[in-house]
Design a protein around this ligand. Structure first.
Ligand SMILES: Cc1ncc(CO)c(N)n1
Length: 235
């Protein structure tokens, strides 16, 4: 049995979601790509494939905060999407830089102009959610910070990070306190929206969340297997 993404005393809609779908968090944690991140054993080309795709993914993720701005009922919600977008746009490349250093390439050299199928599918899913309700959009956006922050905390609590760990900077980024506060804000906003939603919307909210959890696992698989658009039989 793994470590649940929710503490025993937590209540609310997202706490229940996390408990109901903890198997997907566990699949995320146990994926060989993340294991390689823990053990520092990934091949440079796998790390680079991840960085190139993830940069594109985060660009789309910020665009979805723009869709959130468009769906915002008031300025308070607008400020939330605005400030979150500014943070991701400004800060998250720090996590990638640690990986580029390991691979021995510059951040510019790591960029790609074509999304791999699984990354594209994840982005399409989030973008479609941005044309549904605010609750469905937040549900599609939530697994992104939740899986990473939970995994980083779990790993660094089980195994204190060695100063010379090749992915030190990457793990460090996701264990920062301020990140946890941002995650809790996102969760409590979704808790409120889900409580106000009717059963049909709440169903779509859960489905959007679950799909994003699956896509998080598939994103590792994409990086691990160097997935691209080459037809599977090589023809
Ligand atoms: C695919 C993916 N999910 C989550 C995060 C965490 O922000 C990330 N950088 N990339």
């Amino acid at each position: 049995m793994g470590v649940l993404p929710v503490a025993a005393d937590e209540t609310g809609f997202t706490a229940d979601l996390g408990r109901r779908h903890s198997d997907l968090f566990e699949a995320f944690y146990q994926h060989p790509f993340l294991k390689g991140m823990r053990e520092g054993t990934l091949a440079k080309e796998q790390v680079l494939h991840y960085v190139g795709q993830d940069h594109q993914y985060l660009t789309a993720y910020v665009r979805c905060y723009g869709l959130g701005l468009a769906l915002s009922p008031d300025r308070e919600w607008m400020r939330f999407f605005h400030d979150s977008a500014a943070f991701i746009l400004g800060e998250e490349s720090r996590a990638h830089e640690a990986l580029c250093e390991y691979a021995g390439v510059s951040y510019e050299e790591a960029q790609v102009d074509r999304l791999a199928p699984s990354a594209q599918a994840y982005i399409n899913h989030m973008t479609a959610a941005g044309h549904d309700t605010l609750g469905v959009l937040l549900a599609a956006l939530l697994p992104c910070p939740w899986t990473y922050l939970w995994a980083a905390r779990r790993f660094t609590e089980e195994t204190p990070l060695a100063a010379d760990h090749p992915f030190h900077g990457w793990w460090d980024f996701y264990v920062e306190r301020s990140m946890t506060e941002k995650l809790l804000t996102l969760r409590s906003r979704l808790d409120v929206l889900a409580a106000e939603a009717g059963p049909a919307e709440r169903e779509r909210i859960e489905r959007a969340f679950v799909a994003s959890c699956h896509y998080e696992v598939r994103f590792w698989e994409m990086a691990w297997s160097l997935e691209d658009w080459t037809p599977p039989n090589g023809t």
